[in-house]
Design a protein around this ligand. Sequence first.
Ligand SMILES: Cc1cc2nc3c(=O)[nH]c(=O)nc-3n(C[C@H](O)[C@H](O)[C@H](O)COP(=O)(O)OP(=O)(O)OC[C@H]3O[C@@H](n4cnc5c(N)ncnc54)[C@H](O)[C@@H]3O)c2cc1C
Length: 480
Amino acid sequence: MHVVVIGSGIVGAGAAYYLARKGAEVTVVDGGYPGEATGAGAGIVCPWVDHPEDDAWYRLTREGARHYPGLVEELGEDIGYAKVGALLVAEDPVDLEPVRALLRRRHPDAPEMGEITDVATPSELFPPLSDTLSALLVPGAARVDGCSVRDALLRAAVAQGARVRRGVATLTPGGQVVLHPLARKAVDERWNPEATEEERWSPQDVDEQRSREAAGQGPASHGVGAVGRADEAGVQDEGPASVGEEPAGLRQGPVGQSQGPAGQSDAPVGQGDGMAEQGGSWRQGAPLVPAAPPSSTATRAPRPEGDGEPIEADRVIVAAGAWTGEVCRPLGVELPVFPRRGQIVHATLEGVDTAWWPMVLPRVGPYLLGFPDSRVVVGATVEDVGFSPRVTMGGLAEVIEAGLRVAPGLFAATVTEARVGLRPVYAPGRALIGPVTGRVVVATGLSAYGLTAGPFTGELAAALALGEEPPIDITPYAPA
Ligand SMILES: Cc1cc2nc3c(=O)[nH]c(=O)nc-3n(C[C@H](O)[C@H](O)[C@H](O)COP(=O)(O)OP(=O)(O)OC[C@H]3O[C@@H](n4cnc5c(N)ncnc54)[C@H](O)[C@@H]3O)c2cc1C
């Protein structure tokens, strides 16, 4: 069976890996769109503190987290995965009680979270932290490097015969894939370590691509750390960002000032995720669904060039992240998937070993993660501003200011990078995994949980495409 996977973020790469492992013929197509979420993701894998009111969501993220140790072993390479633990921090220790109760309730079915302990002085474990904080330690929480996971999955898929092609994929009404060329080199070293110097990106490629974009021709450059480019839609519509949507990252900020997709000014943001009110959630403030359903004009996929080349396939998996609705439109289905922008800052603390610091998940404010090479990651904004993958002054200011309030010891850290990504959000609120036609399966909508559940979701999509029974019941994620 030949399966075409559209999108090689963490979900598409996961699907390709599991398909290839099962002996399917696989072609992965990616247009390298700026704003790909996987390259910007922070890397928190700590599902037990979220979705107390939604068992189906929780099950997907819990299984996704559970999936990692086996995957790390299978891939046999460093994907930045480490069980460093999570410090749930709050100014007032009373605020830790609801999440303590939630973790206690979930522990019997998820003992991998480890034994929860109180930490009197969290700054002993994460030195830059403010010394006014109280904390609980969740030892089973892990961090992961999204780019490394994606790349390792693609490499493993390629090693088992999968083909990766660069280009913009479109679908015909019957679900056939048409590949349109990119106006740039076709090989990307991220999955092909043997790419020659000529095949790799050069600054000239980027300049050339930017000129093309400015002229409205074709997609923009891809890349980790890509800071996007001026995007005529949405620029004037953007309001203040909110910081800290990722798993357990949370925020009591100007969420209500954010805007709905497509930049509808002054649209009230959807309700909080309701967890705080239910007395168990760690996360609060981040809206789960947009204020208004995204309009069809909200999507901004690059215009495909030329007639394109049909790719014969028995099945198609659309794992095109925030662009999934646009890709599926020719099938006659409207999937309300929209982009939720996140801006995130990377900094280094010269000479400090940050590799094994636990991640910090405040009840209010941004999250922080330590990585090897003295790197600390602080994120992220939560913005419904349409397809506008840009790093903004306001976004950076919010992340940095809020980060310094939680961790004043980062004051002198060197800012090395700012990343931006578009989290794919499915308006009904959960992940979106299932068939949309007899031959096309979609897998997206993982919003702030895609690095946690992405590879597992890829496995679910692969099983569906091959007509196999998925490892968990996927009916809760079926297209509405
Ligand atoms: C700032 C930030 C922090 C985050 N932190 C965390 C975290 O700590 N933990 C966590 O679990 N999750 C986190 N997330 C969420 C996670 O990153 C996303 O949910 C996940 O990466 C989504 O993966 P995806 O494969 O669905 O989409 P993407 O990674 O966006 O990939 C979609 C791909 O499809 C391609 N594509 C689209 N349309 C076409 C087309 N027509 N033809 C060809 N190619 C196409 C694009 O080029 C892109 O490469 C974070 C996200 C952001 C932005």
